[in-house]
Design a protein around this ligand. Structure first.
Ligand code: XUL
Length: 517
């Protein structure tokens, strides 16, 4: 019998999920929402601080405080944390945490009489961390790209176009704008490795799945690239912890957590990965060609791939799969739940009434279209701006259907470069609870959609990484299959009668999109 804990440090909340590997069930899930707990202290909205001009940051100290609150919640609800064999985690990708020379001692000497927040507030060379929603680094992207020898060379080396939100451009901007603080930074962690370092009381290696979201990792070798580091900022390689080796453990949990929350002394901590690589595992996508969709703050469309295939337009991302063998191709759409919520709120709807309105509209929306860029969009790479075709802005039902159809069509169109014949789509994320939304995706993709019982497959994937790290002789297939079988709650089939309508609508959406750029 094994119990494993997966932590998910996501954009809007910190979640913990405990799984039991005998029954292949999730036995506990608790969450701390940042806005509910910290809006007045940190001024966050949707978990982030919008500083204007595309600059979006969050507070690592807030994540630290949330970890204490989360574990307190588990302890106070009488979960037996001493039964947890191992912990792993997931973090929002690309975000960077800047630590100063106080960090090693403060992390090593945590005392249970005090809170994490009290003891770790002095470890940051920068109070805030740029997160994936930040799109303020276009100049730095051009500079890095040039130093790498052009777009194609950059893609070949790192698997990715140089993106605004990726860590390299963010680090370069910090070095250029706050050189003094950059020089007092002794190490730069990712959100994932930062959270793991708290649990073990020392700075820890970065997982290759999340390292590939930095533009600093050689995707083929799964190692930091000296060339990319040099193209980014001076002496960066001495500031980055190494990439973890496959199967590496980080060590036993720090005594702070044993004394305060009752974890066992031999509870192991495994490297944390990014939220998308964790979702790949949580959805059980370990066979090349299998495809997932996460309807979260951002919408992401991703696939497990045996070979490192990249988009020639630089539209997709390529990460190392945390399974240590395969790759993960991903497309990230910024206007995911941000856009769904913007439409819901602008017509004064609740999710319930949104679903009812959606149910009364018909597939194809009589040709009414929306390009839903409520915030600057990543794919296609355009500034904020909502465009409508044959659609009045006061047409509530038309706008409700148009936003969802747009999201399904944009992911369908922009994932063509992956060359996948999508035969099944595994979905997760908060948006996946709405049947009407999923039916539209099933119709547009023309394939069955499988919904997991949990909307948080990133935390589930993290718990499965802990399981694999603890029981290294069990194969990935033996790990993910029982969970996938027991947790798929519903399959939504496409309505074949809508095929012609959507073939036509997809073509006119693609035309509308290119004519608006
Ligand atoms: C992926 C991306 C987002 C964040 C959200 O490239 O930027 O999905 O990982 O947490």
């Amino acid at each position: 019998m094994g119990y494993y804990l997966g932590l998910d440090a996501s954009t809007q909340s910190m979640t913990g999920m405990i799984i039991n590997t005998d029954s292949s069930q999730i036995i506990a899930e608790e969450s701390i929402n940042y806005d509910e707990n910290f809006a007045s202290k940190y001024g966050v909205n949707h978990g982030v601080l919008d500083k204007g001009k595309g600059t979006v940051h969050s507070f690592p100290l807030m994540w630290v405080e949330a970890l204490d609150l989360l574990l307190t919640k588990f302890r106070d609800k009488d979960y037996d944390l001493s039964s947890i064999d191992a912990i792993s985690g997931s973090g929002q990708q690309h975000g960077t945490v800047y630590l100063n020379k106080n960090a090693p001692d403060a992390l090593a000497n945590l005392l249970p009489e005090k809170t994490l927040g009290e003891q770790l507030r002095g470890i940051f060379a920068r109070d805030t961390a740029p997160v994936w929603m930040d799109s303020s680094t276009k100049p730095q992207c051009y500079e890095i790209e040039r130093a790498l020898g052009g777009k194609q060379k950059g893609i070949e080396l790192t698997g990715n176009n140089v993106f605004e939100r990726f860590s390299a451009a963010q680090i370069r901007k910090f070095f250029q704008e706050e050189a003094k603080a950059y020089h007092s930074t002794t190490s730069i962690a990712l959100v994932s490795s930062f959270m793991a370092s708290i649990l073990v009381g020392k700075e820890v290696p970065v997982d290759a799945g999340d390292g590939s979201g930095t533009n600093l990792m050689d995707i083929q070798r799964r190692q930091w690239s000296e060339t990319a580091m040099e193209a980014t900022s001076p002496e960066l390689s001495i500031r980055m912890a190494p990439i973890s080796k496959s199967g590496e453990t980080l060590g036993a949990i720090h005594s702070y957590f044993i004394q305060k929350y009752g974890f066992a002394e031999d509870c192991l901590v495994l490297p944390f990965s990014g939220d998308n690589p964790c979702s790949l595992i949580g959805l059980g996508l370990i066979e090349p060609g299998s495809v997932g969709l996460s309807l979260g703050t951002s919408d992401t469309f991703f696939a497990c791939m045996a070979e490192p295939k990249v988009s020639q337009e630089g539209e997709g991302c390529l990460f190392a799969s945390p399974d240590g063998i395969n790759f993960m191709a991903l497309i990230c759409f910024m206007n995911g739940s941000l856009a769904r919520e913007a439409v819901r709120d602008s017509y004064g709807l609740s999710w319930e009434t949104f679903g009812q309105v959606l149910g009364k509209t018909k597939p194809g929306n009589d040709g009414r279209l929306m390009l839903p860029y409520f915030t600057p969009e990543i794919i296609p790479n355009v500034s904020a701006g909502v465009f409508r075709k044959s659609l009045a802005s006061n047409d509530v039902a038309g706008n409700v259907r148009a936003v969802i159809e747009a999201q399904a069509m944009t992911s369908h169109i922009h994932s063509r470069w992956m060359g996948l014949g999508v035969s099944d789509l595994y979905v997760t994320g908060g948006g996946s609870v709405n049947h009407g939304i999923l039916q539209i995706f099933a119709n547009i993709y023309g394939c069955p959609l499988h919904r997991s019982v949990t909307t948080n497959t990133a935390a589930l994937g993290a718990a499965l990484l802990a399981y694999k790290g603890h029981q290294s002789t069990i194969t990935w297939k033996e790990i993910v299959k029982p969970f996938r079988d027991s947790l798929i709650t519903a399959t939504i089939y496409p309505d074949v009668a809508t095929r012609d309508v959507y073939d036509e609508l997809i073509a006119s959406y693609a035309e509308f999109e290119s004519s608006s750029m």
